[in-house]
Design a protein around this ligand. Structure first.
Ligand SMILES: Cc1cc2nc3c(=O)[nH]c(=O)nc-3n(C[C@H](O)[C@H](O)[C@H](O)COP(=O)(O)OP(=O)(O)OC[C@H]3O[C@@H](n4cnc5c(N)ncnc54)[C@H](O)[C@@H]3O)c2cc1C
Length: 472
């Protein structure tokens, strides 16, 4: 059983910490701010919040938490909506003072500390004409996003984020700082690429980088809902016969002040405007109501969705996976469900639902057991991004999101696109701990349980969206 940290224990911990680690307790004027998360619904009243700045500082905290069986949470970018980076009464290790990024231009490698945000990585890399696969909203943390798999605009070309991690440094429950790679602690290296939230604090990631000296094309094409079927058909055709440089999202959202949602195609192409317009010609031919798109440096792309993903209010992410090619009638059903819900519940007006389209060849070329992330295949990940303000509606609105989540699984079960044995259907980073996850680790479940027993037998790291249990 995990225990809270009381004032006496906090004092004992403080005495053990180096001078660069700050420990905030409820008496501190900084306490309320230290609890803040992207979603107000993920705020929990911690017993103490520690801000380490060094690997040794993290190690001392983890060791203390293990020795005292403390309830422990690790915060990277703070975007978990299910509260997995928060604790009620326990100890938070907040990595936000560990955001350093270094670039090795010769080896084309990016090294980022475990508390870095994607903007830190994108901005540092582009200064050297480099880029890697990263989050599409650049204030998300590299920590949580990488450890669960990671999709981004460059996924068509280079795969998932984890496919580009070449090494990492992980603080495991007994306080050791382990280097992991294909040649060192390779079992833990395998485990952290998909199920990483369950194994330790990753204090450093090393990513493969790629030349990105030319601008890319990115933008929003907005349509009336009657175009939805044609849009989905165009996206299916485009991505069934694809070029890995392209990516798109089909997003249902209600513009501020509008009476009902509209359909947006968010488009990305790693090339110039002319090639992008040829690539997405079918979408342009569908006469969007509005086009806001253009060429920009790669590091600016992951800023463009930030205005749609502002912090504050109560939020919940739910994964909605559809088989590829996406059946347009399913997209229409989901759109209608959203339209009805927003009509009945105006407090949910900022809610969005998106379907993601990348060229799947690269992602699927890696077998589901090559890393611990088993959800690779002919599926389109999607997000139900619930947003509201009234805490009394937390359960009801989450239940509505889970209804769509369950419906998507049902559609796959009824289709001829059943997952192969061991293949997982849902991406754990787009979910919350109590969601209907269709086993996100698939074929890797048993091996992960064995590695959990090896590295974290006391289950100190117990707050992932998809938890790994120690076998009896
Ligand atoms: C607005 C928004 C946009 C998103 N866009 C994308 C996207 O483009 N692609 C994508 O794949 N996913 C995306 N996601 C999902 C995202 O991958 C998860 O929400 C992820 O958990 C966020 O990580 P974080 O570090 O910001 O969150 P946190 O809340 O800090 O952490 C989430 C989990 O990761 C753990 N964790 C964080 N850092 C570390 C670390 N260094 N070591 C060990 N454990 C750690 C925490 O303990 C917690 O369990 C998005 C989410 C949001 C809210």
């Amino acid at each position: 059983m995990r225990i809270p940290i009381d004032p006496a224990l906090a004092k004992e911990l403080e005495a053990k910490l180096d001078s660069t680690t700050e420990l905030i307790t409820p008496e501190s004027p900084k306490y309320e701010a230290s609890l803040s998360r992207w979603s107000d619904g993920a705020v929990k009243r911690a017993g103490a919040v520690a801000y380490p700045t060094t690997f040794d500082g993290v190690s001392a905290l983890v060791k203390f938490a293990s020795q005292h069986s403390l309830d422990l949470a690790v915060k990277g970018g703070g975007h978990s909506t299910g509260g997995t980076s928060s604790t009620t009464g326990g100890l938070v290790i907040d990595l936000s003072r560990m955001r350093r990024v270094a670039i090795d231009t010769e080896k084309k490698l990016i090294t980022a500390q475990g508390g870095a945000l994607w903007e830190d990585v994108d901005d540092a890399a582009i200064e050297h004409g480099l880029a890697t696969v990263g989050g599409t909203v650049n204030h998300t943390g590299v920590g949580g996003l990488t450890l669960g798999g990671g999709f981004g605009w460059l996924s068509g070309m280079y795969g998932m984020v984890i496919d580009n991690v070449v090494a990492a440094k992980v603080v495991v429950p007994d306080g050791r700082i382990l280097t992991v790679s294909d040649t060192e602690n390779s079992d833990l290296f395998w485990a952290i690429r998909g199920a990483g939230h369950n194994f330790g604090v990753t204090v450093e990631f090393t990513y493969r980088a790629y030349e990105q000296t030319t601008p890319v094309y990115f933008g929003f094409l907005t349509y009336t809902p009657d175009k939805l079927t044609a849009i989905v058909e165009a996206l299916n055709r485009r991505f069934d016969n694809s070029d890995p440089r392209g990516g798109a999202m089909c997003v249902f959202a209600q513009p501020p002040g509008a009476p009902s949602p509209v359909v947006n195609a968010v488009v990305f192409y790693n090339g110039n405007e002319k090639s992008a317009k040829e690539y997405f010609s079918e979408l342009f031919d569908l006469e969007p109501l509005n086009i806001a798109a253009g060429e920009m440096p790669y590091n600016q792309v992951n800023r463009q969705l930030n205005p749609l993903a502002r912090p504050g209010g109560r939020k919940s992410l739910k994964v909605a996976t559809l088989a590829s090619p996406v059946r347009p009638e399913y997209a229409v059903t989901i759109f209608e469900m959203l339209m009805e819900q927003l009509k009945e519940e105006p407090d949910m007006a900022s809610t969005f639902i998106s379907m993601e389209f990348y060229d799947l060849a690269k992602i699927s070329s890696i077998p589901p057991d090559a890393t611990s992330c088993a959800n690779r295949g002919a599926y389109r990940p999607g997000t139900i991004g619930l947003s509201w303000t009234d805490p009394a509606k937390d359960d009801a609105f989450r239940a509505w999101g889970r209804k769509i989540q369950a419906q998507c699984i049902e559609w796959i079960k009824q289709s001829d696109k059943l997952p192969s044995p061991g293949q997982a259907l849902q991406y754990a980073n787009y979910a919350e701990p109590d969601d209907v996850l269709n086993d996100p680790f698939g074929v890797n479940k048993q091996k992960l349980a064995e590695l959990k027993a090896k590295y974290d037998p006391q289950c100190i790291f117990d707050k992932a969206n998809a938890r790994i249990e120690v076998p009896n």
